[in-house]
Design a binder for this molecule. Structure first.
Ligand code: HEC
Length: 109
């Protein structure tokens, strides 16, 4: 019974996680770019662990190309209501997370 409850918890947690393909880029495009938004966001919240081969995580997010390559995983793990990344305690604001979602949905220009 415990195992079933855990499985159900996992299923509901996964189905609630935001998916990049579910968000469209706004019709007029986005004004957000790596230069005016993305770089400061990842430098402030992600790069200390996702800085490349010698980082805490092997998933590099320290260049715009590396972010684009991981865009779907970044979207799922760092946007929405209570995402796991960054692991805290200095979380981005909901506004910053919404910007991240829009920027990724537009292809991280
Ligand atoms: C305190 C260190 C730390 C910080 C800060 C951090 N991460 Fe992570 N992250 C990890 C670790 C550890 C893992 C798990 C190992 C892995 O997948 O490389 C991970 C995993 C991930 C994954 C892969 C998870 C998956 O299931 O695909 C993504 C995507 C990610 N982080 C994105 C981010 C983003 C975006 C930020 C900034 C908003 C961030 N992380 C900040 C340590 C960190």
């Amino acid at each position: 019974m415990k195992r079933l409850a855990f499985a159900l918890l996992l299923v509901s947690a996964c189905s609630g996680a935001p998916k990049l393909e579910d968000q469209a880029c706004p019709p007029g495009g986005t004004t957000l770019t790596y230069a005016n938004f993305g770089k400061a966001f990842v430098d402030g919240y992600c790069v200390r662990c996702h800085g490349g081969p010698n980082g805490y995580s092997s998933r590099a997010l320290n260049t715009v190309e590396s972010i684009r390559a991981s865009a779907a995983r970044v979207y799922t793990n760092a946007t929405g209501d209570n995402p796991p990344m960054p692991p805290g305690p200095d979380d981005p604001t909901p506004e910053e997370r919404a910007k991240l979602a829009e920027w990724l949905a537009c292809g991280a220009p």
